[in-house]
Design a binder for this molecule. Structure first.
Ligand code: 13P
Length: 258
């Protein structure tokens, strides 16, 4: 089954709204119509940049989807500092990352909370990018597979097959995030296949064949072509390299290097 690749830029806590507008403008110049036709692209700026980035994308009719990095599962209420899915949807946000390892590790997010977020994002008619990934200690202790299967199983609990088929799962080994160490294409493929097989076990093969699986962790223009040629890798979730228009465009243009 042909799955359209999705290349996503997770800006993390970088760039104020002035800098964000500049980056989007540079990115627009760096990309051709062919690039955008072949690959879905999303950018995930900090919350404070979303309105500015939305305005630029819509005014210039740039076919890049707006994304967010997180949301709360409640619609509104006394949750100081949080942002609801419906607030994001009003800004025409299409994709919301949930369960990023930085949120799990630094802010104590659990699989149960990630599951609530996945359901809320779907209910609000946006697409979740649910992240999973193991630490180096877990990998070295032979616990990687059990950890990934648990994150997928608990993260998707109670989510209908048709919604899983339309969502995105990102495999990001924690040891490869921001370290300059990219997993080998073979390692990344192995775990992305494990994610797909887990979805097949939990649902059915059709759902597993439809879900898009991204790899994330030090992806660069030089590593993107080989990663993207793997059968179970349908895209990339990119941190550092997404902060440079040239490097992010280089990743989106991975086909040139294949
Ligand atoms: P880097 O590309 O900087 O390693 O970040 C990956 C990531 O965490 C994307 O969500």
């Amino acid at each position: 089954m042909a799955r359209k690749p999705l290349i996503s830029g997770n800006w993390k806590m970088n760039l104020n709204h002035f800098e964000a507008i500049q980056l989007v403008q540079k990115l627009t110049y760096a990309l051709t119509k062919d690039d955008i036709d072949a690959v879905d692209v999303s950018i995930h700026p900090p919350f404070t940049d979303l309105r500015s980035v939305q305005t630029v994308l819509e005014a210039d009719k740039v076919p890049i989807s707006l994304g967010a990095q997180n949301c709360h599962w409640e619609d509104k209420g006394a949750f100081t500092g949080e942002i609801s899915a419906s607030m994001l949807q009003k800004l025409n946000v299409s994709y919301v990352i949930c369960g990023h390892s930085e949120r799990r590790q630094m802010f104590g997010e659990t699989n149960e909370q990630v599951n609530k977020k996945v359901k809320t994002i779907i209910k609000t008619e946006m697409t979740p990018i649910m992240a999973c990934g193991e630490t180096l200690e877990q990998r070295e202790a032979g616990e990687m597979a059990a950890h990934i299967v648990a994150q997928i199983t608990e993260g998707l609990a109670g989510v209908k097959a048709e919604h899983v088929a339309a969502m995105v799962i990102a495999y990001e080994p924690i040891w490869a995030i921001g370290t300059g160490v990219t997993a080998t294409a073979g390692d990344a493929q192995e775990v992305c296949k494990l994610v797909r097989d887990t979805v097949a076990d939990l649902y059915n093969q059709g759902t597993a064949d439809a879900v898009r699986i991204q790899y994330g962790g030090s992806v660069k223009p030089s590593s993107a072509p080989e990663l993207m040629s793997q059968p179970d890798i349908d895209g990339a979730l990119i941190g550092g390299a997404a902060l440079s228009a040239e490097d992010f465009a280089g990743c989106i243009q991975y086909r040139l290097g294949q």
